[in-house]
Design a binder for this molecule. Structure first.
Ligand SMILES: *[C@@H]1O[C@H](CO)[C@@H](O)[C@H](O)[C@H]1NC(C)=O
Ligand SMILES: *[C@@H]1O[C@H](CO)[C@@H](O)[C@H](O)[C@H]1NC(C)=O
Length: 258
């Protein structure tokens, strides 16, 4: 039967999934024909995903299209241009995620003999999808702990609160100042699973909104319940923590400067 043909089934599935987006058009990747277009595409978004493909007639390419239909909030690009591939050091079909927050690229190599289905691709993107302000969940937690930025700031807040949007706006404003130094995380106190994170910092719901800062290598931490979230308070809290840490053990670069 027609439906028994795997390609066609995938095509139908892609159509079905992409119909969920607002415009109703099938979401397509941006075709990146040269290096300039590719760097512009990457720098235009906090998180961007590119499929670098040497060969298009491969099952992983169809899987990539399925993922594009499923993940709406991330811009997707696709390049088969040899100059672009060589610029990005691509040696086999690869999906790369580029993040602004720590200026990092993570690769998922689609090598022969390794079955990378759409689910695995989506998971790779969800894990590594760190933003200027990343919402905490068990999947992003993996990416946060795998980042080279080892100081994490958490804002515990109730997403259902009327003040939520304004709080996030101010938090984000502070995040701009610490790009590459501190990862800014948002923890919704309404999510049941987040109670564990709250109790790790000995925080109670009555103390929220609150900030907690954590340095992963030595687990040093500090907590600050906030009556009101302002960019200045967040900034001062971060600076205080960074200064304290630097006094205790200056980083190698700073030691040579002295
Ligand atoms: C490609 O690899 C070279 C050598 O390791 C490196 O210097 C260069 O930065 C890489 N290019 C990109 C775009 O990552
Ligand atoms: C963690 O980071 C390393 C290197 O940056 C990468 O190779 C690895 O795939 C990452 N792990 C996950 C779970 O994304």
């Amino acid at each position: 039967t027609l439906l028994g043909e795997p390609r066609l089934t995938k095509k139908l599935l892609t159509c079905h999934l992409s119909r969920q987006n607002v415009t109703g058009d099938a979401k397509k990747p941006v075709l990146l024909g040269d290096i300039a277009a590719t760097t512009a595409f990457i720098s235009a978004a906090e998180v961007a995903v590119i499929g670098f493909f040497q060969e298009l007639e491969r099952p992983e390419v169809s899987n990539f299209h399925i993922v594009i239909g499923k993940i709406q909030e991330v811009p997707f690009g696709l390049s088969t241009n040899p100059k672009v591939l060589s610029h990005y050091n691509i040696t086999s079909n690869t999906i790369s995620i580029f993040r602004m927050v720590d200026d990092k690229r993570q690769d998922l190599k689609l090598t022969d003999g390794k079955e990378i289905d759409a689910t695995k691709m989506s998971r790779f993107i969800r894990i590594n999808e760190l933003r200027l302000v990343t919402e905490y969940n068990p999947v992003t937690a993996i990416g946060l702990f795998n980042s080279t930025v080892q100081t994490h700031l958490l804002l515990f807040t109730d997403k259902a609160s009327q003040e939520h949007t304004e709080r996030v706006r101010r938090y984000r404003e502070a995040a701009e100042l610490f790009r590459g130094k501190i990862l800014f995380v948002l923890v919704d106190s309404n999510v049941k699973g987040n109670e564990r994170v709250m109790s790790f910092f000995n925080l109670k719901k009555s103390q929220l909104p609150a900030l907690a800062i954590f340095h992963t290598p030595d687990e040093e931490q500090d907590v600050l319940p906030l009556g009101e979230v302002t960019a200045e308070r967040v900034r001062d809290f971060c600076n205080g923590f960074l200064e304290r840490k630097q006094r205790v053990n200056p980083s190698p670069e700073e030691r040579t400067e002295l």
